[in-house]
Design a protein around this ligand. Structure first.
Ligand code: ASP
Ligand code: MG
Length: 447
């Protein structure tokens, strides 16, 4: 039986009739080479935003241009119903799927498109952020076995009431990986407007290199730390169901040699996969991730007694605020400073909670906040078997005279909080220190 491959095309790749025709040419090439093909497209670029904008305009009584449609009855605080939002937003993928089928047919390829509910892709009922529960492969297989290219809408599914749901912004990546898992596909190729996953953001470090492969665990750390190539949930899915997933460019010539295309980009894989095995020369560290998404909060002179951490963080958890890093200093005369970080969007709220509910209760001196921080992390599974990673990281930062305010570690990651004005300097220095810079004058690929 011929091998089954899933392709996913992002909004930019599907952005115009011209580009959809290019996608069709590329898919036709793979189909003619003998692969069974399932294609999962996103909505045309900008379309999901446009649809959600319309919904918002109807909810608030303001036109999309911000002018009140009916000033007397405008209710600017209204929240559009999530069920209806999904019905609307899901149409973007339906249009691009149908268009791709037509473009393929125009190239003489038998193709059929399905919306999520037609497959069906079953989800829970959490509108705008639904999770896939199961995918029925029967209908898809029947069409594949009849020699057809099967196109399945990304981003959407159907719940047990028959209502259309969507998987959250960027959810087509997750649709594609889930479809690949359900069909036990050979590989899931995610075509996008970047040509792979890099050792760090090339806009910060021009010497950054494309990684030929990365494990899904590393990718999760890189993605959640701000290297936003794929929706994080798709990477979790790839890890859980062992779907080989490749990120590659859709901007190449659709007629390019298939074997070259098939090995381009970055393969997200598993340590135990022979294709994914790290070679001897493999750098111990795969990448440097960074973000400015967090803010630091400190309670000073907290009495050092059992239960204070709970009395501080309990009310924060009750307010549904996620805490990332936590640090408590050694106590001096029975008092200690207690610091933690939260997402910047929740910073003000966290400070309010502390002032209203915690400061007096624990008897601390004051609440101090600092939003001008950045988090820089070195990521690599090589850390499991090598010592000295943390010391090289701290030495490198020390040589640049960058003060470390907080530290956290996992098995494959070390993160440091620093002042945000040093973020780019830190990333460049670490990238170099860990041997990730491409050789001078060479835009390279790292294995
Ligand atoms: N069209 C959806 C979005 O813009 C899903 C996707 O593109 O992955 O979020
Ligand atoms: Mg995307």
């Amino acid at each position: 039986m011929s091998k089954l491959i899933v392709h996913k095309y992002g909004g930019t790749s599907m952005g115009s009739v011209e580009r959809i025709r290019n996608v069709a040419r590329r898919v036709a090439k793979w189909h003619r080479a003998g692969f069974q093909m399932v294609v999962v497209p996103s909505a045309m670029s900008g379309e999901t935003n446009r649809l959600l904008g319309l919904a918002k305009a109807c909810a608030t009584g303001f036109g999309a241009d911000g002018v009140a449609l009916d000033a007397a009855h405008a209710t600017p605080q209204a929240h559009p119903s999530a069920r209806e939002l999904d019905l609307i937003a899901a149409t973007g993928e339906q249009v691009s799927s149908g268009l791709l089928a037509i473009a393929l047919q125009a190239y003489g390829i038998d193709a059929v498109s399905f919306a999520g509910w037609q497959v069906p892709i079953r989800t829970d009922s959490a509108f705008t952020k639904a999770r896939i529960e199961s995918i029925d492969d029967a209908k898809v297989r029947t069409h594949l076995n009849a020699g057809r290219v099967v196109i399945i809408t990304g981003f959407q599914g159907v719940d047990s009431d028959g209502d259309i749901t969507t998987l959250g912004r960027g959810g087509s990546d997750t649709s594609a990986v889930a479809v690949a898992a359900a069909l036990a596909a050979e590989e899931c190729l995610i075509y996008t407007d970047v040509d792979g996953v890099y050792t760090t953001d090339p806009r910060v470090v021009p010497e950054a290199q494309r990684l030929a492969r990365i494990t899904f665990e590393e990718m999760l750390e890189m993605a959640s730390l701000g290297s936003k190539v794929l929706q994080i949930r798709s990477v979790e899915f790839a890890g859980k169901y062992k779907v080989k997933t490749r990120v590659l460019s859709s901007l190449t010539d659709p007629a390019m040699d298939l074997a070259i295309e098939a090995s381009s980009g970055t393969l997200i894989t598993f340590e135990e996969d022979p294709d994914g095995a790290h070679t001897m020369e493999q750098a111990i560290i795969s990448g440097i991730a960074f973000n400015r998404d967090e803010a630091k909060i400190t309670l000073t002179r907290v009495p050092d007694q059992p239960g204070v951490a709970f009395r501080i963080l309990g009310p924060i958890a009750d307010a549904n605020i996620d805490v990332d890093m936590i640090i408590q200093n050694a106590s001096i005369d029975g008092h200690t400073d207690f610091s933690f970080t939260v997402h910047r969007n929740e910073y003000q709220r966290a400070i309010e909670v502390l002032n209203a509910k915690v400061l007096q209760d624990v008897g601390a001196a004051e609440v101090i906040g600092d939003a001008k921080i950045a988090k820089v992390s070195v990521v690599g599974i090589g850390m499991r078997s090598h010592v000295g990673i943390a010391s090289l990281m701290f030495k490198t930062l020390a040589e640049e005279r960058i003060n470390i305010e907080m530290i956290s570690t996992s098995e494959i990651k070390i993160s440091a909080v620093i002042a945000d004005r040093y973020m780019e300097l830190a990333v460049r220095a670490l990238h170099k220190a860990f041997g990730l810079d491409a050789p001078a004058g060479h835009v390279g690929t790292s294995n």
